[in-house]
Design a protein around this ligand. Structure first.
Ligand SMILES: C[S@@+](CC[C@H](N)C(=O)[O-])C[C@H]1O[C@@H](n2cnc3c(N)ncnc32)[C@H](O)[C@@H]1O
Length: 256
């Protein structure tokens, strides 16, 4: 994926999300305490509010461009808690610190695009949890209808405001599922509109992810030495059930 291109548009795409996910992870940080390690911290959407709640955070990300945005935002927010960002690959980074709470929010686990690299990510995350600490993550639940859709034209997805300049943006998406490898080679298209509805800028952002089925995630977590203590179907604490579209897992390291 071209994260350099994503860095400019990430917050526009996430303008479609409410605050529920951010509130959920900040709530976990309040409950379990810091320091927090956020894996795939991106532009600081969750790390900065966590630090603003007075909790120390370290955000790791593969992309220096995403972290540049995060650092600028942190500098202007000046949160109460200590906030640091470092470049690293979630599959193999090594820190000589352990954390009370390690998080992999925003379906970032799926950006490791093979079962092996997803396992490596979970095992590495588990290694960075302090004794008695927590690992929390979320992924979407694959929707059979979506996987069966072979439509080759982009579909309209949302109408949002670019938080950076107040301009209206139309979001389109295209999915190409490979059900044998559980991959989606997708495209997100953003049209930024002028005052008269004319397209001022158009961005094409690629997305490659490997989706995971619920029982597969549970097995992966177990294999990584983790034990699920809470499993939710959304960020409001609803139980995970057959119609849930999100799988949110809160885990402990087994035996710690
Ligand atoms: C969906 S964004 C999530 C950002 C942030 N956690 C949030 O909730 O807004 C995924 C982030 O994961 C990062 N990422 C992708 N692959 C990675 C890898 N192998 N190691 C570390 N970070 C990675 C991307 O650069 C991107 O910033």
């Amino acid at each position: 994926m071209n994260y350099a291109a994503w860095a400019e548009w990430y917050d526009v795409v996430y303008a479609t999300e409410g605050d529920a996910e951010v509130d959920f992870y900040v709530g976990l940080a309040r409950k379990y305490g810091g320091p927090v390690l956020e894996i795939g911290a991106g532009t600081g959407r969750i790390a900065i509010p966590t630090a603003s709640a007075g909790i120390d955070v370290l955000g790791i990300d593969l992309s220096p461009e995403m972290l540049r945005v995060a650092r600028q935002r942190a500098a202007s927010t000046r949160p109460v808690g200590k906030i640091e960002f470092a470049t690293g690959d979630m599959r193999e980074f090594e820190l000589d610190r352990r954390f009370k709470l390690v998080t992999i929010p925003a379906r970032t686990l799926l950006l490791a695009t093979s079962a092996e690299s997803q396992m490596a990510t979970l095992a590495n995350a588990a290694r960075h949890v302090a004794p008695g600490g927590i690992l929390a993550l979320n992924v979407f639940v694959p929707d059979p209808q979506m996987l069966a859709d072979t439509n080759r034209s982009p579909f309209f997805w949302d109408d949002v405001t670019n938080p950076a300049n107040g301009r209206r943006c139309l979001l389109w998406a295209l999915n190409r599922f490979d059900t044998s490898e559980q991959l989606n080679e997708g495209l997100q298209i953003i049209e930024e509109l002028g005052d008269h509805g004319e397209v001022l800028r158009k961005a094409y952002l690629d997305v490659l992810l490997r989706y995971i089925y619920p029982s597969e995630l549970r097995l992966m977590l177990e294999k990584a030495g983790l034990e699920i203590v809470d499993e939710y179907g959304d960020f409001f604490g609803s139980p995970f059930e057959f119609q849930s579209s999100e799988q949110v897992c809160v885990c402990r390291v087994r035996g710690s």
